[in-house]
Design a protein around this ligand. Structure first.
Ligand SMILES: CC(C)(COP(=O)(O)OP(=O)(O)OC[C@H]1O[C@@H](n2cnc3c(N)ncnc32)[C@H](O)[C@@H]1OP(=O)(O)O)[C@@H](O)C(=O)NCCC(=O)NCCS
Length: 218
């Protein structure tokens, strides 16, 4: 892959449909039959936690082939001190462009921008396979849990500044930007704006179930 063939730039309004269609191609049938990530992008852009300065696409020959978005959430430590953190996602690359290092380029670019903006931590839920090579670690390693003290296996943390989380115990409070995605009717209605696709089962959905229902306990 020649890195110079690709352009990383901020998303514009004119890109919305292309980017959402890309997300639909990348996520379709991956975690559930169909997907809701294109609708998530639509509602996320309108949410107060959304960070437009970190809303990037990657282009190849004038075609958008990957994208990443971020929103702001918070960690609260055991003494009640709050820290704003970056919640990464969605991130996706068109299937025919995957495994070429494009998400790596997008993450490295936006991590550097995030540091410039003063953030020191990124967090997201995901398949660890996609993230450990980018310096992410299990949330347990940084003592970051959900309320109630659980450490989801899929909750992955990346320090942008080494040692930023050291020596404290953190609880993650994710913004509620994805709440509208629970409304299946709204997702269906939005999906109808895109080319028809067949919903089906595939093994990755079982993998998703396992990852998203697992916690690290020791
Ligand atoms: C996940 C996704 C964004 C990765 O993008 P990509 O451009 O294909 O990833 P890269 O080529 O930059 O690879 C990044 C790293 O992930 C790992 N990786 C990527 N795909 C992998 C796979 N299928 N299995 C195992 N590891 C994988 C590699 O270790 C790679 O690290 P390396 O660069 O050190 O070799 C892309 O595959 C995608 O859009 N998938 C569908 C949507 C999705 O799952 N999004 C993430 C939600 S959690």
């Amino acid at each position: 892959m020649n890195k110079n063939d690709y352009i990383i730039r901020l998303e514009t309004k004119n890109d919305y449909y292309e980017v959402e269609n890309l997300a639909r191609e990348a996520f379709w049938n991956l975690s559930i039959p169909g997907c809701s990530e294109h609708y998530f992008m639509h509602v996320l852009r309108q949410h107060e936690a959304f960070i437009p300065e970190l809303d990037y696409v990657i282009e190849y020959n004038g075609k958008i082939v990957g994208c990443v978005m971020y929103s702001e959430s918070k960690f609260i430590d055991e003494n009640g001190a709050e820290k704003p953190v970056l919640t990464m996602g969605p991130i996706c690359v068109l299937p025919e462009f995957q495994r070429k290092g494009l998400s790596r380029m997008l993450l490295e670019h936006t991590f550097a921008k995030g540091i410039e903006m003063g953030y020191d931590t990124v967090i997201n839920f995901g398949n660890p396979d996609n993230y450990v090579a980018r310096g992410y670690k299990s949330c347990k390693k940084f003592n970051v849990s959900l309320e109630g003290g659980t450490f989801p296996a899929a909750m992955l943390v990346r320090e942008l500044k080494e040692g930023a989380l050291e020596g404290r115990k953190w609880t993650y409070y994710q913004n509620d930007a994805d709440a509208p995605c629970d409304d299946e009717e709204a997702v269906e209605k939005y999906d109808a704006l895109f080319p028809s696709k067949v919903k089906a089962w595939q093994p990755s959905q079982e993998e998703f179930y396992i990852h998203s229902h697992s916690a690290i306990t020791w």
